[in-house]
Design a protein around this ligand. Structure first.
Ligand code: SF4
Length: 360
């Protein structure tokens, strides 16, 4: 069998949960969360009680997921009057007053002001949404929703118009409007809903609440810099079907200088370990010029040692080009002023292959 056919069937196996949702073998996780009842109104509970109940519901969710996956139980259940999903939404809404959605944990009260780094207040903001044909082949056409704002400051950001320029551009949306965008994208032929930006993290409360109103059953993709706090990662775990994390840097000082992201490696590896058994994963690594030995190779090594190879698909990306501050302040970011070489690309790809990583 030619290599690409073998790789394609390995990719299909690795993305079993994602394809299962598309084919109707499995429900999207948000539908399971929506069907699991809770017997207390979450708006009447203390923060501590909410998290205690969330812990119990995580165990309920695991049980239900196993019945569906391993025992073939029917998943066509009714929505609960009050559900595990309502519980998550209530926790997120409370967190808005002292925001710790992302690892910056800046504590902004987003009901009255914009996030210190993300510049997003309590409102969801969408810069555009459309069927995207430029994503990895299992995803297209992808129902992509681009949220405004970002908690990073990447000097080479290829989406800086929507992530960095202030005031942020885009239409303000509430959960019902977002759900109707999601339904519309699926009706137009999208295979999935792909939450991206900018960065989706500051919009997590609106995104999860939209799942209460979404009618279509489609896989949900979290396409993110993966700098979520532990709490947000936990809240997302049982509603996201396919994870699309970036893993940009290994060397912490490079993450600090190029993206203003302290403790980047610790945060991203922690979050990857949290979700490694929780649905399908396509991890993206954009090779940066002059960052092969310090970042790309150690990242591939870590992935091969710590992530489950049978469930992980990696996209090694060669499309870096100098833009944004690398161009505006070129004397400062000299080593990023060129595209990567063929040799740099092949060095990373060959290393990943030798480590047995499944590439797409
Ligand atoms: S999402 Fe925004 S407001 Fe919330 S912790 Fe991160 S930077 Fe601060």
């Amino acid at each position: 069998m030619p290599d690409f056919m073998e790789d394609k069937s390995r990719v299909n196996r690795a993305l079993d949960w994602y394809y299962g949702v598309i084919q109707g073998r499995y429900p999207p996780k948000f539908k399971i969360a929506r069907s699991l009842p809770i017997d207390v109104d979450p708006t009447t509970m203390s923060d501590e009680e909410l998290w205690l109940l969330h812990g119990e519901m995580e165990a309920e969710f695991r049980k239900r997921l196993n019945e569906i996956k391993e025992e073939g139980a029917s998943w066509k259940t009714e929505d609960a009057f009050l559900s595990y999903l309502d519980l998550k939404v209530e926790i997120l809404k409370r967190m808005l007053t002292h925001c710790e959605f992302c690892e910056r944990k800046c504590g902004t009260n987003r009901l009255v002001s914009k996030g210190k780094y993300c510049r997003v207040d309590y409102r969801g903001q969408v810069s555009s949404f459309f069927l995207h044909y430029g994503e990895e082949y299992p995803l297209v056409p992808s129902g992509t929703i681009f949220y405004s704002g970002c908690n990073f400051r990447c000097v080479y950001c290829q989406n800086f118009e929507i992530s960095q320029l202030v005031p942020l551009r885009g239409m303000f949306v509430d959960a019902r409007m977002l759900a109707s965008m999601e339904d519309r994208l699926i009706k137009e032929g999208a295979k999935n809903i792909n939450h991206v930006g900018g960065e989706p993290t500051p919009h997590a409360h609106v995104i999860l609440e939209s799942f209460k109103y979404m009618r279509e059953a489609a896989p949900q993709i979290w396409n993110s810099n993966f700098y979520m706090s532990e709490k947000l990662t936990r809240l997302l775990k049982d509603v996201i079907d396919l994870w699309l994390p970036d893993f940009k840097y290994w060397e912490p000082s490079h993450a600090s200088s190029l993206s203003a992201a302290p403790r980047y490696r610790d945060v991203v590896t922690r979050n990857l370990l949290t979700i490694r058994w929780e649905g399908s994963i396509i991890l993206r690594h954009l090779i940066l010029p002059n960052h092969v030995d310090c970042c790309s190779i150690p990242i591939m090594k870590w992935l091969s040692e710590k992530m489950p190879k049978e469930w992980l698909v990696v996209n090694i990306m060669d499309q870096y080009y100098p833009t944004y501050r690398v161009v505006f302040e070129e004397e400062r970011w000299g080593d990023l002023k060129r595209r990567i070489t063929r040799e740099e690309y092949e060095t990373v790809v060959n290393f990943a292959k030798r480590e047995g990583i499944l590439l797409i």
